[in-house]
Design a protein around this ligand. Structure first.
Ligand code: FES
Length: 489
């Protein structure tokens, strides 16, 4: 019997990006039926597939270990309760299938005996043909090979890693380890609605259309009787209780749908990334999360010698990083808040006020390959976008070109090399030029000889002169305005 898989699950099993399979379906190399692909089709396309080197499980661990910060990692297995519930759901499906199979088996044997008797008593041509067809069909069924490696791995994945489909967007994601539906959805790059993240506000409410959920975190918010009856649940307090579930919720379609928020942050760490660049790691209170889209900025307010100072900074972390927010702050004489940090006047434990998010330097869902071009701390919003794009597993190819106007301004080059090592379709190149405008022109010139830029979405971030020169050069290289997004940092 043909076993059908969603594209997301098939991509996980084979160990390729979902975007790569989507392309194969578009090009007709991989037949699909209502968005599903068969295990047989997959094996025809990837005949060299072997369980031991498919990387289905290893790939997930490798992505987390090599490409994300430690905070994004989590324990690999779900809790015992969640595992037990998913196993129970799967065992019930299996028991139902076995019961039906044994009834079909009895029916077939019974029909076979009757047909045998009729043919023996009064042989007729048509009946003989039917008899022979039946005999051949039965022989083929009995000769069916036992379940293949892919089917077995798919069954295992259903227990340790539940698959979630979101309606009406059609987005899909997996829930690994002890994540809640909300945590897993954010890690997968979805713009799910939420507020507190801890079961208090009710903003993450979603309807479970099919499948089961199980509570994995305490919550105070009370769903009404009618909501419970209609299948509503809190995404921040539940995990899938079956291997497949479908939920209904409205994801943010763009920056205009993200509310402005005012939140008090606590500084966790101020660390030098380079001579004139600091990493400021701050955290929201336990009862609050900042809802934002990767690539957006916020205004931070601090206190220097009794005076309130402020600055606008892109967030360098991605929404999947829970309560943690990172900023790359460069020394700039006109920036009083940056001066406060460089003077050592803000330390771990101090509070900052945040207002935002703002800006529309966010990912467009086009399915095209992505090119990121950054200069100095323009890398901050680009880092957020790249983490978001990688988490979504939709993009087949990403390029990153980072220009430094001073030798120490490739301050997270190891991170970029780790991405390039962990993901097949990731290309990283470092550039250096003291003049940002000249550097931008040279960078785009070199990039255009390597990649078909006109067919990519291009994101540019950095100082004004860099962004302006890069945008002009990209236009000359054939990148349509609609595929170009820029931000001045
Ligand atoms: S209850 Fe607030 S985000 Fe879930």
């Amino acid at each position: 019997m043909t076993q059908w898989l969603t594209l997301s699950r098939a991509a996980r099993l084979i160990g390729v990006p979902r975007g790569a399979l989507q392309r194969q379906v578009r090009e007709g190399a991989l037949p699909s039926n209502e968005g599903l692909v068969s295990i047989e089709g997959l094996l025809r396309l990837y005949p060299e597939f072997r369980v031991e080197d498919s990387g289905a499980f290893e790939r997930v661990a490798r992505i987390k270990n090599e490409a994300f910060g430690r905070r994004v990692q989590e324990r690999v297995l779900p809790s015992q309760e969640v595992l037990a519930q998913r196993l129970y759901a799967q065992s019930r499906e299996l028991a139902d299938a076995q019961r039906h199979l044994s009834r079909y088996h009895e029916l077939v044997i019974e029909l076979w005996a009757k047909l045998d008797a009729v043919v023996a008593a009064a042989p007729r041509t048509d009946l003989d043909l039917l008899h022979a067809d039946f005999a051949r069909g039965l022989a083929e069924v009995l000769a069916t090979e036992s379940a293949g490696a892919l089917a077995i791995m798919d069954d295992m994945l259903r227990v340790v890693s539940a698959h979630v489909k979101v309606r009406p967007s059609g987005h899909e994601f997996f829930v690994d380890g002890r994540d809640t539906l909300l945590q897993a959805g954010l890690k997968a790059g979805l713009n799910l609605p939420y507020g507190c993240g801890n079961g208090t506000c009710g903003l993450c409410k979603a309807r479970v259309v099919s499948g089961a959920v199980t509570k994995v975190a305490p919550f105070d918010y009370r769903l009404s009787e009618a909501e419970r009856h209609q299948g509503y649940t809190l995404l921040c307090a539940h995990s899938p209780g079956s291997g497949e579930i479908v939920i209904e919720t409205l994801e943010a379609g763009g920056p205009g749908e993200i509310p402005e928020q005012e939140i008090e942050l606590r500084v966790r760490q101020v660390q030098a990334l380079a001579g004139d660049t600091l990493l400021v790691h701050a955290q929201t209170p336990r009862s609050t999360r900042l809802r934002f889209l990767a690539g957006q900025s916020v205004t931070l307010y601090g206190n220097a010698d009794g005076l309130e100072v402020q600055g606008v900074y892109p967030i360098a972390s991605c929404p999947c990083d829970d309560r943690n927010l990172q900023f790359h702050i460069a020394r700039d004489e006109g920036d009083a808040l940056a001066e406060m940090f460089f003077a050592g006047a803000a330390r771990a434990g101090d509070t900052l006020r945040l207002w935002g998010p703002t800006g529309d330097f966010v990912l467009a869902e086009s399915g095209r390959p992505l090119s990121f071009i950054a200069c100095d701390t323009g890398f901050a919003p680009v880092k957020s976008l790249i983490e978001h794009a990688i988490a979504g597993e939709e993009v087949e190819a990403i390029s990153l070109d980072w220009l430094a106007t001073r030798p120490d301004r490739h301050y997270l080059a190891n991170q970029c090399r780790a991405w390039a090592a962990a993901f097949d379709g990731f290309r990283y190149a470092a550039h250096a030029d003291r003049d940002p405008a000249q550097g931008a022109r040279r960078l785009v010139e070199a990039l255009a000889t390597e990649l078909p830029l006109a067919s990519r979405d291009v994101y540019v971030a950095g100082p004004g002169a860099f962004v302006e020169a890069a945008a002009t050069a990209l236009g000359e290289a054939g990148v349509p305005d609609a595929q170009l997004r820029v931000t001045v940092v």
